[in-house]
Design a protein around this ligand. Structure first.
Ligand SMILES: Nc1ncnc2c1ncn2[C@@H]1O[C@H](COP(=O)(O)OP(=O)(O)OP(=O)(O)O)[C@@H](O)[C@H]1O
Length: 260
């Protein structure tokens, strides 16, 4: 059975999509079977993986709201071992349309169950909110990866996210753990970035990944080419760091398995 990791932080623009796409592609590059699930109505993980949203008749919306089988919307990408369940703008309506439905928080979990044995990792890119879409992701996941941007007020809003995670653990998904905290967009030329790293490490301690994502022009360019960084510029610093992150995620998983 695959491991399901939600990439979540209700703060906008902190590097969720960049991390979800590039972690997925790096795990796939390392020969793991990976499914990237886009549940952000902006659909940036979909286009960033090279899928043209305009070509999609159906997306994760139809799975969540209309009970379409997930396998019907799994699309292969140009990266070997990487499939995507795409999101289009149609998904914007789901937050409201799901409200009156039965088991509204467990719809993604139920939809993924029949295809879980095909993948080693399922990575879910969440929208910048703590609404029903993110709740579906947290309920379907084994763990949460939290990207934190290296900027002033980096920790702001995180207590709200941690509170939501605790509520999900209590009522919907006891197994949910924090996979790790990923520092993103570090500008190494400033002291601020280093101060933020210290502050985040004090708060999250050994949950913070050794891999810290730098601000990297190539990482910012890659989505407009519909390519993960490992394809767009495999020699870039961004590609190196996301490969290191994938190795950390794999190693942490092995440590947990040994403990159990
Ligand atoms: N390390 C980086 N270096 C340079 N640019 C980056 C980096 N990480 C992300 N970006 C750019 O910053 C912007 C925001 O990143 P991203 O879309 O990954 O954040 P997000 O948290 O998913 O945003 P949203 O909350 O809107 O879903 C994007 O334009 C992305 O290309």
């Amino acid at each position: 059975m695959g491991k399901v990791i939600a990439v979540a932080n209700q703060k906008g623009g902190v590097g969720k999509t960049t991390s979800a796409v590039n972690l997925s592609a790096c795990l796939a590059y390392m020969n793991h079977k990976v499914l990237l699930v886009d549940i952000d109505p902006q659909g940036n993980a979909t286009s960033g993986s090279g899928i043209n949203k305009a070509d999609m008749d159906q997306c994760v919306y139809n799975v969540l709201v209309e009970d379409l089988e997930a396998e019907k919307v799994c699309v292969p990408t140009s990266v070997e071992n990487l499939d995507v369940i795409p999101a289009t703008i149609q998904l914007a309506g789901a937050e409201i349309e799901l409200v009156p439905t039965i088991s509204r928080e467990v719809r993604l979990k139920k939809a993924l169950e029949p295809i879980m044995d095909r993948y080693d990792y399922v990575i879910i890119d969440c929208p910048p909110s703590l609404g029903l879409l993110t709740l579906n992701a947290l309920t379907a996941s084994d763990s949460v990866l939290i990207p934190v941007q290296c900027e002033y007020y980096a920790l702001e809003g995180l207590s709200q996210l941690l509170n939501t995670i605790r509520l999900v653990q209590k009522h919907l998904n006891k197994q949910l753990t924090i996979e790790g905290v990923l520092l993103t967009m570090l500008d190494a030329r400033t002291n601020l970035g280093l101060q933020v790293i210290d502050e985040v490490k004090k708060y999250f301690q050994d949950k913070v990944y050794q891999s810290v994502v730098p601000r990297n022009v190539r990482l910012g360019e890659a989505p407009s080419h519909g390519q993960p960084i490992i394809i767009y510029d495999p020699k870039s610093r961004g590609a190196e760091v996301y490969l290191d992150l994938a190795k950390e995620v794999i190693a942490n998983g092995e440590r947990v398995r040994e403990r159990n």
